[in-house]
Write a protein that binds this ligand. Structure first.
Ligand code: 13P
Length: 275
């Protein structure tokens, strides 16, 4: 069991921070990964944006592939007054220049992008992104008013060795190096155990709870009171059927969803259970 950091807070402080949790509006973020086409993105955005769900109780965001950003942005504008926000799955840290194949937060200005997922395990693994790269991307997003969703997650061998919390804290500290915020809503953390992604087997509340507590302690130790309000998401095989159980985990403030975000019914089904 972890938390060396826990010792930094007395019971009264912890209780105060726990109360803050009741006021955090949860975020449901859909990562569409490399799926769909123009017709699909248009239709899915329409169905989510026009749903009768109360966006006042749950924030919702969808992150299409870059080529879908324009389409989704257009659909969101058409659904006037919808609370649905737009995100991207990656970002480049420079503003512009000779970076073939890359997209900067500055290029996204016209599309009203609110969130950028950075450091997803699939990019860390397949594109060789290091935590240093992730922190640079998070800084660039912030500089352009785009909220970074910084992803961390341990691979199966780390989990089996019982080293999850120290792995996550190290990855988090490195990914947030130089990342400074003035408000809690400028940053989101997503905890996605690599072994739970796309496996159909979500981590259990028992697996998740100590990790989220460690993340919360780390955020408070780095950002002070602001850190108690930074949203921490869980990701990995989330679906409507396991949402309620997962929502009970302390310090969990929403989800980053892959497969179940590709159908309006399941995505909205999750949102419904989060209220
Ligand atoms: P699944 O919900 O398909 O497991 O994917 C999770 C994920 O990687 C979201 O970023």
């Amino acid at each position: 069991m972890m938390p060396t950091l826990k010792k930094k807070f007395n019971g009264k402080q912890l209780k105060r921070y726990k109360n803050v949790q009741d006021f955090i509006k949860p975020l449901l973020a859909g990562n569409w990964k490399m799926n769909g086409n123009v017709g699909f993105w248009r239709q899915l955005t329409r169905e989510i944006a026009q749903s009768t769900l109360d966006f006042d109780t749950v924030d919702m965001m969808v992150a299409p592939p870059f080529v879908g950003v324009s389409t989704v942005s257009e659909e969101i504008s058409k659904a006037m007054g919808t609370g649905l926000a737009l995100g991207v799955q990656n970002i480049h840290h420079e503003e512009s220049g000779a970076y073939t194949g890359e997209t900067s937060p500055s290029l996204l200005k016209d599309f009203k992008v609110s969130y950028a997922i950075v450091g997803h395990s699939e990019r860390r693994e397949m594109n060789g992104e290091s935590s240093v790269d992730v922190s640079t991307k998070a800084c660039a997003s912030l500089a352009f008013g785009v909220t970074p969703i910084v992803c961390v997650g341990e691979p199966l061998d780390v989990q089996e060795a019982g080293d999850t919390e120290s792995f996550i804290l190290r990855e988090l500290a490195e990914s947030l190096r130089g990342v400074f915020i003035r408000r809690a809503d400028q940053l989101v953390i997503a905890y996605e155990p690599v072994w739970a992604i796309g496996s159909g087997k979500a981590a259990t509340p028992h697996d998740i709870a100590p990790v989220l507590l460690s993340i919360r302690h780390y955020l408070i130790s780095k950002y002070g009171d602001i850190g108690s309000g930074v949203r921490i998401l869980y990701g990995g095989s989330v679906k409507p059927e396991n949402t309620e159980e997962l929502m009970k985990v302390p310090h969990l403030n929403g989800f980053l969803v892959g497969g179940a975000a590709l159908k309006a019914e399941s995505f909205l089904g999750i949102a419904d259970k989060m209220r």
